[in-house]
Write a protein of this length. Structure first.
Ligand code: CAA
Length: 380
């Protein structure tokens, strides 16, 4: 086993660390308060190649491995999980899905722009009545020969308003259940496609989350991804990789909160000494550090599985489950170590605690990860 990062991985990690410190930290409290999308920061991340990290350079991507992507997600998320979810959705759910399963024409038309970050994309699976129960799609894409007619509503869509390209999962043939589901590419501005109001969220407040409404939207057949009926498998395969990205986000949130708590505990004095000298604080730090390291090993292993052509459904689900639970726990303890200061915005840990919560919910709740894990271990 070799736990050393390559020169290239170390460089990419450092670039993300510098970017987060120099470009994401400034104005973060204001962006969070105002729910302001980080437009300028996304542009700069595109210039750094962070929006199409794993895409082949022939489509404009950075051609890096999953571990490099995870390292970037971790560093960005230490500071700004709103920006990192934009990166994660564009990389794992949109670019990866298109590169793996899209036609050459779709790659030429969409992937080349998405991978360079000239435009960003959204992944549209969740519905008012189909969150965890993802096969219960009510959005329909009815087959009309050379096109589909799309009707329905999608909920909680990341990049909902800022995206230009939307990968939409919809039911074509209800009789066939999940085998009658398709994934189609919808462009912003198509007639009948409306963007609903922005959600007012607890955390990751500067990422824009919207519902989307499709009213008789005519989508050409050439915009279907893969064979007829491949849509649900497309969503599941894409989400399996997405979960590694969100696991890395959770890891970064935990590590960011821990680093702040560690620093604070060496500065803040109580009862005549730095609070780190009190065992109640030192033991908290020990637990936080240990859990973060365990989460890191799970996340890197899942990335390694993906890079080495192994199945990563199980390792990705375990990484997401453990990293998300760790993020919530560590961020909450980081607030506790900060005491009263932890409860005010200037110290950043309360935002990380609010941001941590979503990692237990999106791209499959912690309970859904346990379904994936238990099914995998029970089938042997
Ligand atoms: N790869 C390939 N195929 C898969 C798969 C995978 N990882 N997982 C399931 N499938 C296939 C199954 O093999 C099955 O196909 P067959 O019938 O041909 O064998 C089919 O999909 C249906 O699978 P199940 O019978 O297991 O379906 P289920 O109804 O029991 O649900 C589930 C399985 C794992 C619970 C799934 O519904 C699920 O993942 N739910 C959570 C959805 C989710 O993660 N939503 C997140 C929204 S996206 C988001 O949050 C993005 C964002 O904005 C940040």
């Amino acid at each position: 086993m070799d736990f050393t990062l390559t020169e290239e991985q170390l460089m990419v990690q450092q670039a993300a660390r510098d970017f987060a410190q120099n470009e994401l930290l400034a104005g973060i409290i204001e962006r969070d308060d105002a729910q302001q999308f980080p437009t300028e920061q996304v542009k700069k991340m595109a210039e750094l190649g962070f929006l199409g990290m794993m895409v082949d350079s022939k489509y404009g991507g950075s051609g890096l491995d999953t571990l490099s992507y995870v390292l970037v997600m971790e560093e960005l998320s230490k500071i700004d999980a709103s920006s990192s979810v934009i990166v994660s959705v564009n990389n794992s759910l949109v670019c990866w899905g298109l590169e793996a399963f899209g036609s050459e024409a779709q790659k030429e038309k969409y992937l080349t722009k998405l991978a360079t970050g000239e435009i960003i994309g959204a992944f549209c699976l969740s519905e008012p009545e189909a969150g965890s129960d993802a096969t219960s799609q009510k959005t329909t894409a009815l087959d009309k020969g050379d096109h589909y007619i799309l009707n329905g509503t999608k909920n909680w869509i990341t990049n909902g308003n800022s995206a230009e390209v939307y990968l939409v999962i919809a039911q074509t043939d209800i009789e066939k259940g999940h085998k009658g589901i398709n994934a189609v590419i919808v462009e912003k501005g198509m007639e009948g496609f409306e963007i609903g109001p922005k959600e007012n969220k607890m955390g990751i407040r500067s990422s824009d989350t919207h519902s989307l409404i499709f009213n008789d939207v005519k989508v050409p057949k050439e915009n279907r991804i893969g064979e007829d009926g491949f849509g649900f498998k497309f969503a599941m395969k894409t989400l399996a990789g997405g979960r590694i990205g969100i696991a890395a986000q959770a890891l970064g949130i935990a590590a960011g909160a821990y680093e702040l708590a560690l620093k604070y505990s060496k500065e803040r004095k109580a009862f005549g000494t730095e609070i780190a000298n009190h065992q109640s604080v030192a033991f908290k730090l020990a637990d936080m550090h240990t859990k973060i390291q365990a989460a890191r090993h799970l996340v890197y292993k899942a990335a390694w599985d993906k890079d080495n052509g192994n199945n990563y459904d199980l390792s990705g689900a375990m990484a997401k489950l453990y990293a998300a639970e760790t993020a919530m726990e560590v961020a909450t303890e980081a607030v506790q170590i900060h005491g009263g200061n932890g409860f005010v915005k200037e110290y950043h840990v309360e935002r990380l605690m609010r941001d941590a919560k979503i990692t237990q919910i999106y791209e499959g709740t912690s309970e859904i990860q346990k379904i994936v894990i238990s099914r995998s271990i029970l089938k042997g």
